[in-house]
Design a protein around this ligand. Structure first.
Ligand code: ATP
Ligand code: MG
Length: 934
């Protein structure tokens, strides 16, 4: 080693970063420290460190360190490295881990990006764990804690010394090593907790050990996830498959098939159970995908772990409780997989007599196990059970991304474990330690992806700006108008016009602002902690707008179409809202700039006694203050009539009957309410059309009355088209049943009101066109409709196929002939009359599964009789009686039918005769049995 001493040069830390501490001394962040140390040969020092500390895999012998944060020492001696790491630890310990959401992890798929995050985040998490260990008094006395501490220090040191540039190779090697070192930690933690509890029970009861282990292992899960994700991204990039939208995004599967994972896990656990107990319980996996398909973006490894542990427990309990192999089969374990738009749920229920009542919440303790009774804790553990960490650790994995795991035991009967997992990426946020500590407090973590949030804010700002412009415009106009009026003699008409204009504008501004207000309140949620109640009060508006942005690419795979429909609905609602706003503004502007000046001018004309034409002297039908509300009412009525004409008349009587019998209770209720009025179809049609035409005409007259004829024409056309036709029809075509059901009383009232006119009209129509009949589909149309509905997902594929077969069979049943479905003679199972009914023959007969077997003589054309399989109960295999003789005892009969006989007739014959098999005549003779008829 060179003896000459030399100054270590440090680069200045970047402004705003915390100053590091080296050897306990903390440096000001703007001064480069000047430490006088011995001259160290960098190569030999690095090599010595490598040999002493790291082993061959994690160090490539190059200049080893790069600090992501403060200083970059170029050369350090061994002691300085110790001081350096200590300083780093002190620096990292107070830092809090930053919980990430699944969405963020998905956004960081490039290895360079995730490595940058990991390089700082993982040391923070490891430093936190090191501190937790060191906080336990006399932790060095517990062997497992010592081992965990040493391995954590090693990983921390590796991570702080490794560099990420110019390539990621060294960093990747360190992460691999760190992940590998973390594997035995969970068992060691369990053993350490057990040791603490048994050796120092008075100090460390389960009240300490369980929360401690929960926090520690939750931290481990988070680190494990980040490191595995990084390694997966590196591997995928190396193999050239890393790209968004690929089947896997690192360890995350954007289209994780929950049911398939359950099935695979079930098979593996069955194998483990058989290896350990010699018994193999039955596991049945059922999938319900009526409302949503149980696929979502999740980490399959986590789901596999949870399912393995839960199923292992159930299998072990079942195998232990069952008295025999048959008993095991009588206690199947049921796995139910289901989902809705927000969550995916799995229930595992067994019939292994449950957990004794007294055990209670102890099952969640790391100290509770009824297996592995070896000389010391965990020694008798097998791959099936023995550490007592399966349940608590599974619950941690479930909770880690915001899910939950609950257990219900019915003592004496069985246990049921319910797993709930969150579906939306942005809601799947890591639960950090402090969330467990402060149970009940909800930490509201930013859930909106940054870029969508920005987009939302831009639009919101644009909206606010336009509102400001409009408001200013209004104020200026009002002032101008006021000034204009001051030059004129003021009359009551002026005041009314002015007041109306003011009310219109104020109303618009008020409601406009009221709609804007909650947006800005909700905007402050971004990154702020809120209680559950506060979260619930987040404005619907924001949710809708945000949901719309989410459509642009953040849809959870698997239920894309459902979400699209929902978001499309949001968009339509949003557009409708905007239309209402704009038209409010339009009406108000019209009042101010067109109607009011006209009224004023009319007043002036009368006042000054100028000579006007006769038209100008015509009195308006209604005073202005009554006309405007009347216009609004008429527009609403016009919309109602036109919407209902489409909504109610578009509903077919037969269609309504079908909906009434359907599974959707709400729809059925709506259909039941509509059905009575829909039955008088022509009267309903006449009422709605009459109402619509009357209202539209009145609207035109009124608008023309208060404005000029041309303005009246344009205004009434615009109002009728927008609010009287387009919007109501768009809404009613989509929500016909709901709107129709809610407006039944109004429609009834109108039908009574117009009865005198519409009844005769409808009678005339009925007479001319005949009573209305619903759409009747032909058989082929019915079949096509069935196929179409099945392909659109009315029922799941499997069920749909069966339904289609059954329906096809039922529809074509009347036309089918026996010849169409019979089993040809050569394919039928026959027995020769000389067959001896010994053990082998009887077994063979039972194995075929047939209940009736024809017996032939020389060849299959010589029919001898019929053997009922159940009669074989009376046969003694020892006697080896010939089957030809055996059937003589019972004399079972068989029907004979012709090939052209209709299936209906054949079925009736079967019902009468009590037999289910018939011989079909006309060469070649064939046999038909009841399965064919079914
Ligand atoms: N479905 C079940 N039926 C009956 N007892 C159960 C069931 N699930 C769990 N238990 C009881 O709860 C205890 C704790 O379960 P846990 O999975 O945490 O640990 P373990 O199975 O004993 O060991 P391992 O850590 O290897 O899973 C079990 O030992 C068992 O006594
Ligand atoms: Mg277990």
């Amino acid at each position: 080693m060179a003896a000459a001493s030399r100054r270590i040069r440090f680069r200045l830390p970047r402004p705003g970063r915390l100053a590091p501490s080296i050897g306990g001394r903390r440096f000001n962040s703007w001064e480069g420290p000047r430490i006088q140390v011995e001259r160290v040969d960098p190569v030999s020092s690095a090599e010595a460190l490598r040999r002493r500390r790291y082993g061959p895999s994690s160090w490539d012998g190059q200049v080893p360190w790069e600090r992501g944060s403060m200083i970059v020492p170029e050369v350090l001696g061994d002691d300085d490295v110790e001081a350096f790491i200590k300083g780093e630890l002190d620096h990292f310990v107070p830092m809090q881990p930053r919980p990430v959401s699944m969405q963020e992890v998905l956004d960081m798929l490039e290895p360079q990006r995730i490595a940058k995050f990991l390089h700082v985040e993982v040391p923070i998490r490891i430093a936190e764990r090191i501190r937790w260990i060191q906080d336990i008094p006399n932790w060095e006395d517990i062997k497992e804690l010592r081992e965990i501490h040493t391995s954590h220090m090693k990983v921390f040191r590796d991570l702080r010394l490794v560099q990420r540039r110019p390539t990621l190779d060294a960093f990747t090697a360190v992460v691999q090593h760190a992940l590998h070192a973390q594997q035995p930690v969970r068992h060691k933690v369990a053993i350490a907790m057990h040791r603490l509890h048994t050796e120092r029970g008075e100090e460390f009861g389960s009240g300490f050990t369980d929360p401690w282990a929960d926090d520690f292992l939750l931290n481990c899960i988070g680190t494990e996830m980040l490191m595995s994700q990084y390694l997966a991204c590196v591997t995928m990039e190396d193999s050239g498959v890393l790209q968004r939208g690929h089947a896997m995004a690192g360890i995350i599967d954007p289209d994780c098939d929950v049911a398939q994972i359950c099935r695979d896990t079930a098979m593996r656990v069955q194998q483990i159970t058989e290896d350990n107990t010699g018994r193999c319980p039955l596991i049945q996996v059922e999938v319900f995908q009526e409302r949503a398909i149980p696929r979502f973006s999740y980490i399959p490894g986590f789901l596999r772990f949870i399912m393995t542990e839960v199923l292992k427990n159930s299998c072990r309990a079942t195998a232990e409780v069952a008295k025999s192999d048959r008993d095991v089969q009588k206690r199947p374990i049921n796995v139910i997989v289901c989902a809705d738009d927000h969550e995916v749920a799995i229930r595992v229920s067994d019939r292994a007599r449950g957990i004794p009542f007294g055990v209670g919440p102890k099952v969640w303790s790391y100290l509770y196990t009824t297996a592995g009774k070896g000389p010391s804790y965990g020694e008798g553990a097998t791959s099936l059970a023995g550490y007592g960490i399966g349940l608590p650790l599974s619950r941690l994995y479930a909770r880690y991304l915001g899910g939950s795991l609950n257990l219900v035991s019915l003592p004496g009967y069985g246990t049921s474990v319910d797993l709930f997992l969150r579906r939306v990426n942005a809601n799947q946020v890591e639960i950090a330690k402090y969330a467990l500590e402060e149970r009940g407090k909800v930490v509201f973590i930013k859930t909106h992806p940054e870029k969508h949030w920005n987009c939302y804010m831009v639009i919101k700002s644009c909206g606010a700006l336009s509102l400001k412009i409009v408001t200013t415009f209004r104020n200026v106009s009002l002032v101008a108008y006021g000034a204009m009026m001051l030059g004129e003699p003021i009359k009551p008409k002026h005041v009314t016009g002015y007041a109306l204009a003011l009310v219109g504008f104020l109303g618009y501004t008020y409601f406009g602002n009221a709609r804007e207000q909650p947006k800005s309140v909700a905007a402050s949620d971004n990154g702020v902690e809120r209680s559950p109640h506060e979260r619930q009060t987040i404005c619907q508006e924001e949710k809708r707008v945000y949901a719309w942005f989410e459509l642009t690419g953040k849809l959870n795979a698997g239920h894309r179409s459902t979400q699209f429909v929902r978001y499309f609905g949001c968009l339509v609602r949003w557009i409708l809202g905007e239309c209402v706003k704009v038209s409010g503004f339009f009406v108000a502007t019209l009042t101010l700039f067109t109607l009011v000046p006209q009224v004023v001018a009319a007043g002036n004309n009368t006042g000054t006694g100028c000579e006007c034409g006769e038209a100008d002297d015509v009195e308006p039908i209604l005073p202005l203050y009554a006309t405007l509300p009347m216009i609004a009412i008429l527009v609403a009525l016009s919309g109602l009539f036109s919407g209902l004409t489409l909504g109610l008349m578009g509903l077919d009587v037969i269609g309504l009957q079908i909906v009434q019998k359907g599974e959707n209770k709400e729809m059925a209720r709506c259909a039941a309410r509509i059905a009575p009025i829909r039955e008088s179809g022509n009267q309903l049609l006449c009422t709605l059309l009459l109402g619509n035409v009357a209202v539209n005409s009145a609207l035109s007259i009124l608008t023309a009355d208060i404005a000029s004829g041309l303005v009246g024409f344009f205004v009434s056309t615009a109002l009728i088209v927008t609010f009287g036709e387009i919007l109501p029809q768009a809404a009613c075509s989509r929500y016909a049943l709901q709107v129709g059901a809610r407006t039944v009383p109004i429609v009834r009232f109108l039908m009574i009101l117009f009865f005198v006119i519409t009844k005769p009209m409808s009678i005339a129509l009925d007479w001319l066109l005949g009573q209305e009949v619903g759409t009747i589909h032909s058989r082929t149309e019915l079949m096509e409709m069935l196929k179409l509905q099945i392909s659109l997902g009315a029922v799941d594929a499997e069920e749909g196929k069966i339904a289609q077969q059954v329906a096809e069979g039922a529809l074509s049943f009347r036309d089918k002939q026996v010849g169409d479905i019979m089993t040809p003679l050569e394919d039928a199972y026959f027995l020769n009359s000389d067959t001896k009914l010994g053990y082998d023959a009887i077994r063979e007969i039972f194995e075929t599964g047939f209940s009736r077997i024809p017996i032939y003589g020389r060849d299959k054309h010589e029919y001898r009789g019929l053997l009922y399989t159940k009669d074989l109960m009376l046969a003694d295999p020892e006697d080896e009686m010939k089957v030809g003789d055996f059937i003589q005892i019972f004399g079972r009969k068989v029907e004979t039918v012709f090939e052209e006989t209709k299936l209906v007739a054949c079925l009736n014959a079967f019902k009468k005769g009590g037999t289910h098999m018939a011989l079909v005549r006309k060469a070649p003779v064939k046999v038909m049995n009841c399965q064919d008829v079914d």
